[in-house]
Design a protein around this ligand. Structure first.
Ligand code: URA
Length: 208
C-alpha cells in the first residue's frame, strides 16, 4: 500500500495516524467533480479501532444530506446484517469508496475513485481492522484489486496481507434481488464465525 504523507508523521505505522488528521487533509475536497454537486462529504463513522470495517460504494441522497454513511434504506438493511455477524454499529467502522454522492446515484467514475482512493487507504491503515467487509462491486474490486464481479468473488474470505476480506453484495442490491438476501446473510454469518474463531487476544487487538 503506498502511503499518503500525513504532516507530523515520519513513519506512519498502521494505526498511528488518527482519522481526524485524514479528514483534515480531505478538507472541503474539490479533487474531483463530485465536489461540485455534493451537500456534505461523507467521510465515514464508527469505532476508530474497529475489528471490522465495512466499505460501501458511495453516499446516496440521505447520506449526502446528513454527512453520514448508510443512514437511508441501505442503512437499515446494513444494521440487520450487522446483527447476523453479531456486530453493532458502535463496534464497526463504515466508509465508502467515494466520499461524495454521485449525482442521481450513478456509478462513481474511475477518476473519482482514483481521487478518493488515498483517503480510503489511509482510513484503512488508521483503523487497521482485522476484517474488511466489501459491500458491492466497487468496494470488492477496490479492496481486492480485481475487476471480477462480486457475484464470483463472494462466498469466501480472502487473506489480503494483514486483512481478511469478505466481499459481498451491496445491501441495496437486495431491494431488487430478493434472492440475494440469504447469500448476503451467509457471507455475514461467515464473518461472524471468523470473529468467533479468532478472539481479540489471538488477533493482537488487546496489545493496542
Ligand atoms: N450506499 C453506499 O454504498 N454507501 C452509503 O453510505 C449509502 C448507501
Amino acid at each position: 500500500m503506498s502511503v499518503m504523507q500525513i504532516p507530523g508523521h515520519e513513519h506512519q505505522r498502521p494505526g498511528e495516524v488518527m482519522l481526524e488528521e485524514i479528514e483534515n487533509i480531505l478538507g472541503n475536497c474539490k479533487r474531483c467533480e463530485l465536489g461540485q454537486t455534493r451537500s456534505h462529504i461523507v467521510f465515514g463513522c464508527g469505532n476508530p479501532h474497529a475489528r471490522v470495517m465495512f466499505v460501501g460504494e458511495g453516499p446516496g441522497r440521505n447520506e449526502d444530506l446528513k454527512g453520514e454513511p448508510f443512514v437511508g434504506a441501505a442503512g437499515h438493511k446494513l444494521d440487520a446484517l450487522l446483527s447476523v455477524a453479531g456486530l453493532t454499529r458502535e463496534e464497526v467502522y463504515i466508509a465508502n469508496v467515494v466520499k461524495c454522492r454521485p449525482p442521481g446515484n450513478r456509478n462513481p467514475k474511475p477518476e473519482e475513485i482514483e481521487a478518493c482512493s488515498p483517503f480510503l487507504r489511509e482510513q484503512i491503515r488508521s483503523v487497521w481492522p482485522d476484517v474488511i467487509v466489501c459491500l458491492g462491486n466497487f468496494a470488492s474490486q477496490w479492496v481486492l484489486k480485481t475487476d471480477k464481479g462480486v457475484m464470483s468473488l463472494r462466498g469466501q474470505l480472502y487473506q489480503q496481507g494483514h486483512f481478511v476480506v469478505a466481499p459481498t453484495f451491496h445491501p441495496a442490491a437486495t431491494l431488487y434481488h430478493e434472492d440475494w438476501q440469504p447469500l448476503l446473510e451467509e457471507d455475514l454469518a461467515r464473518v461472524g464465525a471468523w470473529l468467533a474463531e479468532h478472539p481479540v487476544e489471538a488477533s493482537g487487538e488487546a496489545a493496542r
